[in-house]
Design a protein around this ligand. Structure first.
Ligand code: PLP
Length: 390
């Protein structure tokens, strides 16, 4: 018997992240501009840094209460109220180790072995393994033919085809990798079909602060009784390394989430919670600055890419552009991304790294400086011209 065959197949069968595989291939190319990363290029807010330093000096370095520090829970509650008009008292919130642990705790709590979870694709690639490791079975729905927007019909069809076995839907908008987000009507239609079928919703809204036209409508305002809301400060406050996310939901579910969360991690880092609390308490100016910067970069990059024939649908949120490779060029997304990296020295992630519906696409993150975006745009445009002039 090999060691591997004696381990948990739910873990050993998970494939390594295709993003990392690709990253390994292109990272050593000299002078490459990497538009691959899913994190803002801004430093974390000063308020967070100052608070963390004084927390350490003050010896606030012991375990925090399992659901989170009272200060942070209150600041999350205030943030959700002021930004999305949501009413979550502290006892309906759990602070987690990044949004990633919020997702893991949510599925740990709601899934029974074999339960099915609808996952719109293209998707953030961790979703698949998080669901499978918790014993669930993802049902992937390709949204590419519908402008990357999940429709109520798609949900209903999947529910009908799976005969009472669908437990939940995993939503993510603004969406990684497509940058597409939903209008009020689109979100409402999804809420209605989930309510009709009594489906739990895990709504990953980590990019909610990065919507460029219109306002973000949280699923939790439309379907509070069935929604577990996932968010955090990683993206909104450029605090990816602090590892603070949170989960909010109905009291009767959250009391069990607390058990799941405790068994996974006990609690999130105390110092990081102090930092996140300070970041949320200082208000939203910092976010506004980032949002404006991203919007400027997005507009510039969108114009450059579409000028040479990339097609990009509704990049109205997050900081990604999911660019359809022009039809006269190599349509294999992995090979196109490798060629672009080697020849133009710009790296984007092949669309196939994000599940189904990403063939012929490449994902660029514009969470890089405007100078880098301009230089990357020039390189891509020149590369495409050079291919056409061959
Ligand atoms: C859609 C989505 N959800 C969750 C995460 C993970 O967030 P965190 O770093 O807070 O764990 C990411 C990170 O890229 C993401 O894109």
């Amino acid at each position: 018997m090999t060691i591997e065959s004696n381990l948990n197949p739910l873990v050993t069968q998970v494939q390594p992240s295709p993003i990392r595989v690709f990253d390994g291939l292109i990272s050593n190319i000299p002078g490459i501009i990497k538009l691959t990363l899913g994190e803002p290029d801004f430093p974390s807010p000063d308020a967070a840094k100052v608070a963390a330093i004084s927390g350490i000096e003050d010896n606030q370095t012991k375990y925090a209460p399992s659901p989170g520090t009272p200060d942070l829970l209150e600041n999350i509650s205030d943030f959700l109220k002021r930004r999305y008009d949501l009413d979550y008292p502290s006892n309906q919130i759990s602070v987690t180790v990044g949004a990633t642990e919020a997702l893991a705790s949510a599925f740990l709590t709601i899934l029974q072995p074999g339960d099915k979870v609808i996952v719109p694709n293209p998707m953030f690639s961790l979703y698949d393994s998080i669901i499978k490791i918790q014993g669930g079975e993802p049902i992937h729905i390709d949204t590419s033919e519908n402008g990357f927007i999940l429709s109520p019909e798609m949900i209903q069809e999947a529910v009908d085809a799976n005969d009472g076995q669908v437990k939940a839907v995993l939503l993510n908008y603004p969406t990684n990798p497509t940058g597409v987000t939903w209008t009020y009507d689109e979100a409402k239609a999804i809420a209605d079909v989930c309510r009709k079928n009594d489906l739990l919703v895990v709504s990953d809204e980590v990019y909610s602060e990065f919507v460029y036209e219109g306002e973000h409508v949280s699923m939790a305002t439309l379907l509070p009784e069935l929604t577990l809301l996932v968010n955090g400060v990683s993206k909104s406050h450029s605090m990816t390394g602090w590892r603070i996310g949170f989960l909010a939901g109905p009291e009767e579910i959250m009391k069990y989430v607390a058990v799941g969360h405790q068994s996974l991690v006990t609690t999130a880092s105390t110092v990081s919670q102090i930092a996140a609390s300070a970041a949320l308490e200082t208000g939203d100016d910092y976010i506004v600055e980032m949002r404006e910067a991203f919007k400027e970069r997005r507009d510039y990059f969108y114009n450059a890419l579409t000028s040479v024939g990339f097609t990009i649908k509704n990049p109205n949120g997050a900081f990604y552009m999911f660019a359809g490779i022009p039809e006269d060029l190599n349509q294999d997304s992995f090979q196109f991304a490798v060629d672009l990296a080697e020849n133009a020295k710009v790296a984007g992630v092949p669309g196939t790294a994000f599940g189904i519906g990403g063939e012929n696409f490449i994902r660029f993150s514009y969470a890089a400086s405007l100078d880098e975006i301009k230089e990357a745009s020039d390189r891509i445009v020149n590369y495409v011209h050079s291919l056409r002039n061959k």
